[in-house]
Design a binder for this molecule. Structure first.
Ligand code: AMP
Length: 210
């Protein structure tokens, strides 16, 4: 099974992707996470990716997606299902992505679109933290302690989660990724899920369509 999960920043798609991966034993391909790891490297590629995702706050060029995607598809056996989290993000990537999958004997079985409003996105991301130790992602509620509930580790915000950064990434989602959803809708592959519910409710709705 090959699933694509898309949604604006703060929609909870990363959390849902993890749950789906666990439930169906899928490999979790998180492009944003892979790129943030590359951005930490003190190499020409690391510096290039850092400049794009942390300073310019733009999408990285498609050639980087191609490289990372090819490495992952090469490494995994065909029988291993994958959940693609945050990929593809524009129509050019969508066309390439389908070709690459086909080349590796795969096809997209379903595209999950976790939908929330811009207001909800901004509200949630302002409170989005992750644990420096176990990497668990949390949306802090009013008055909650700033330590990880799971392991007690220190919580910190993502460096690209500034107000300006979020506004810019939401704009890119609207202009570049919404057309990807429309592209897959024409192929009857999209299930739209209401992301403005609890994690369990969103997951329950996703299970109904998988
Ligand atoms: P995310 O963790 O999904 O918010 O992604 C973090 C950043 O990585 C994005 O703001 C982009 O700069 C970059 N990125 C993630 N996925 C892609 C992609 N499919 N194509 C281009 N850039 C991406």
């Amino acid at each position: 099974m090959n699933i694509v999960i898309l949604g604006p920043q703060g929609s909870g798609k990363g959390t849902q992707a993890k749950l789906i991966a666990q439930k169906f034993s899928l490999d979790h391909f998180d492009m944003g996470k892979a790129l943030r790891q590359v951005a930490l490297l003190d190499t020409p590629l690391g510096r290039e990716v850092h400049e794009i995702i942390m300073v310019k706050k733009e999408l990285v060029p498609s050639r980087l997606l191609r490289e990372v995607l090819h490495i992952r598809l090469n490494d995994l056996g065909r029988e291993q299902g994958i959940i693609f989290d945050g990929v593809p993000r524009n129509v050019e990537q969508a066309v390439y992505f389908e070709e690459a999958l086909q080349e590796f004997g795969r096809k997209i079985d379903r595209v999950i679109f976790v939908d929330i409003s811009k207001e909800e996105s901004l509200k949630r991301i302002g409170k989005r933290f992750s644990c420096e130790d176990c990497k668990e992602a949390v949306i802090l509620k009013e008055g909650e302690a700033e330590a990880c509930a799971k392991c007690g580790g220190k919580l910190s915000q993502r460096a690209d989660d500034t107000k300006e950064g979020i506004e810019k990434r939401l704009g890119i989602f609207r202009e570049e990724t919404v057309p990807v959803i429309e592209y897959f809708e024409k192929k009857n592959l999209v299930s739209k899920i209401n992301g403005a519910q609890s994690v369990e409710e969103v997951f329950g709705d996703i299970l109904k369509v998988l």
